[in-house]
Ligand binder design. Sequence first.
Ligand SMILES: [Zn+2]
Length: 468
Amino acid sequence: VSRSLLLQRVELHGRLQDVRVADGLVSVVTAAGQLSRQPGEALVDGHGGALLPGLADHHLHLLAAAASLASLDCSAARVGDRAGLSAALRSATPGADGWVRAVGYDGQLAGPLTATTLDELLGEGAPRLVRVQDRSGAAWSLSGAAAHAIGLQGALHPGVERGGDGRATGRLFGADDWLRDRLPPTGTADVATVGTLLARYGVTAVTDATAGLGDDAVTLLADAHAAGLLPQRLHLLGAASVPVPLSLGPSKIMVADAALPALADLAARVAASHERGRPVAVHCVTREALLLLLSALDLVGILEGDRVEHAAVVPRELMPRLRGLRVVTQPAFLTVRGESYRRDVDPRDLPGLYPYSSLLAAGVPVVPSSDAPFGPLDPWAVICAARDRRTERGTVLGAREQVSPRTALAGLLSPVELPGAPPRRVTVGGAADFCVLSCRLEEALRHPSSELVAATVIAGDIVHTAGS
Ligand SMILES: [Zn+2]
């Protein structure tokens, strides 16, 4: 890998320029035609396409995204009905570890998915070690053999659902870490696929928002990064500490959608993080969870960098109380599960679901993110979703919350350390993280698409070129 890179004829800050990179930093920015290639120097000819600082995904789950790429999609959209689900599970090919991992389960298909129900769906001759994730990501269902293999009956974890007879049903809630510890270890192969996809989309930095990220997971990510398999800059919220060059963000705190913590407990957790100088990133989906968080922050105060993850429901009258916080939203949830929101969400909350424009107007910084694998990984699809807010069937949800592609892109260009701060800029002395487009910026904003990404550069290394 060459440490010197020349980008010729790129559109930067509205002008046609040449940019030279040395040792991972921008060393020269000049009018196009001024710089010629030096011996051994890598070259990107921009052909007049826009040079952006790389995109950042401010909230995703790398290991879960990796696993989902190697998983059976059993969403209602994919399998259709109960019979389709059964057929998909029966014909699934187990992974190298002997397990079938299925994701995206919708309770509409076959109701609460207990081990008994799952074994019925599997029938004779099907793979035996099967785990199925609920589409929210909050619950796992294990087949009878899978429950036995990990010792579910004897488990003490509070997320293990038990029936009236005290026996585990096969369903687990909020127990991802516990489950991961009992499964065969994940390799780096699937993480590399995520790294490749992100590079193809022009993403140069990501924030992993997984809560309770253990040492093994941090080591796996750090190793994948060091090996160049996951070349993006990694910012972690759910880790206690990270090795260089990974960086640590605000502490992730889960406020469960169903069972809210006591106000004093939440306030104490926020205060404990703040006392260590670390802001918080609080998972907050419902109106009740948001009210609880705001009450907790009234008690302990806001620290610069505090974030609200999702903020799916924000009553208008509460918006001024979010000033000082940063909201990390997921507009593409409207495009992948908007129809079920229309069915299940309180009609009062629908027009303002996943608010964006009105929060900005209230003076609250908002940035979009993927929350992959629960939303699409492609940030350009996220930009389109923020603009359109259309469900799978094309119904617009909350037209007044639409934002322009320019606004959504600005959020993706803001620093991972401070989402919603002004976009990073390509300047001399700055990091050579780039997303080079095949067209001018104005054109890309008219038709946002990951197909427009011509090259991606991280710390001066070319990690993707179109056609490769
Ligand atoms: Zn998430």
